[in-house]
Ligand binder design. Structure first.
Ligand code: TXA
Ligand code: MG
Length: 378
């Protein structure tokens, strides 16, 4: 297959504005070669992983790393995950690797688990946000692995969204987000997992879960022989944007409500002229009148399927047609923990009692919507 002319030209230019090509869902060597050629000259390309799409650049290139931060609008003291083709490369990026890391890698890689380890000498400070630790993972998407093998190095890749916004799970999301600023999006279809990787830190004496994901605490404990401590606030000096209390956010305010209180809340908001969209688990809890007056999305009842569709639904509903997104609270069980975590960070205000305070200033046209300044109470 012929490489599109636009891509061929891109490898020769250095400008940061391009006509983005979304290459079709074909595992063809030409697409990988085009991506590798761009990466080798410090360009940034988007590639699919099993969790979300990444914004990948050469982790040994300051030019590429700066471009990632610039594209994302992310502060440079926030660390990036380095993606590897194989656990055997861990020694190039980390030092004093504990036995637990090798065991976890053996069990979960390729897969949606990021390990935070002590960084090796020579790792660029832009990767680690100036910290002594580094995040590493081997992704499970075949196209990501093919790219990493062909590139033959580490790819620093945050989720391919602007800082604080919802991660992309389909190639179209990446294109919507970056328009012509990105030279290439490798199309690997929609992501199988749909929420970002589980992050586990092994730098201290005890393992610490920094971000829940589809690799569960129980699965980690099975390998570790103990349950990791959980830490899901940005306290403790770890600079991790996914740990900020508001993150993964839609521009439209989002609130989580327990099922039984939902229809009362819908009434309340309707009476104030608020245009509401509702993400619901069980349609039967809504009275017929509410079904007619609101835009209702019935979410899957399995956590895996819910996670897979969550960001797509959030993006679809965040189209300007609604003033408020109401989400029926999923069960508070371990298998829903990654979903609850992302929903809570996306929520402007939430309650487990159904007692929502409606703040009409949130919906005034004159209120600017910026991330993260829109959340002064956080
Ligand atoms: O599933 C994923 O992990 C996706 C795909 C593309 O691999 N990547 C992703 O990257 O979610 P990003 O940058 O959006 O989120 C990675 C999180 C951030 O919160 C970052 O601060 C944290 O990992 N992180 C990276 N290195 C770290 C470190 N050394 N210490 C603590 N947190 C770290
Ligand atoms: Mg992210």
């Amino acid at each position: 297959m012929k490489i599109p002319a636009a891509i061929d030209n891109l490898t020769k230019e250095t400008s940061s504005t391009h006509n983005t090509e979304v290459l079709p869902h074909l595992h063809h060597a030409a697409h990988i070669n085009a991506a590798v050629r761009l990466l080798r000259i410090g360009q940034v390309v988007s590639f699919p992983t099993e969790t979300v799409y990444g914004l990948g650049g050469d982790a040994r290139s300051t030019v590429a790393l700066k471009r990632i931060f610039q594209l994302k609008g992310r502060p440079t003291d926030h660390p990036l995950i380095v993606h590897l083709a194989d656990a055997a490369q861990l020694n190039e990026w980390a030092r004093d690797i504990p036995a637990a890391a090798w065991k976890l890698a053996e069990r979960f890689w390729p897969g949606p688990l990021t390990l935070i380890l002590k960084k090796a000498a020579g790792v660029l400070p832009l990767v680690t946000g100036g910290q002594d630790s580094i995040g590493l993972r081997v992704p499970a998407h075949p196209l990501a692995l093919e790219l990493l093998r062909a590139f033959d190095g580490g790819l620093a890749a945050p989720s391919a969204n602007r800082f604080g916004c919802v991660s992309p799970t389909c190639p179209e999301h990446v294109r919507d987000e970056f328009a012509d600023k990105l030279p290439l999006v490798l199309d690997g279809g929609c992501c199988r997992v749909g929420v970002e990787s589980t992050i586990l830190s092994l730098v201290a004496n005890e393992p610490v879960l920094l971000r829940p994901g589809s690799v569960s605490i129980t699965a980690l404990a099975d390998v570790l022989g103990c349950h990791p401590r959980t830490q899901n606030t940005s306290s403790g000096g770890i600079r991790a944007p996914g740990l900020l209390s508001s993150h993964y956010a839609t521009r439209t305010p989002l609130q989580i409500i327990n099922g039984p209180g939902l229809w009362l809340q819908i009434d309340h908001f309707h009476s104030q002229g608020v245009r509401v969209a509702v993400m619901i688990l069980d349609l039967s809890i809504l009275e017929m009148s509410h079904k007619h007056r609101s835009h209702i999305i019935t979410m899957p009842s399995s956590p895996q399927a819910y996670a897979r569709g969550l960001y797509r639904v959030m993006r679809d509903l965040d189209c300007g047609k609604y003033d408020l997104l109401l989400v029926e609270a999923p069960p508070q069980t371990e298998e829903w923990s990654a979903i609850n975590n992302r929903l809570q960070r996306a929520a402007t205000k939430e309650t487990t009692t159904g007692d929502i305070q409606y703040d009409s200033t949130q919906f005034s046209d004159s209120t600017p919507w910026h991330h993260p300044g829109r959340y002064p109470h956080r």
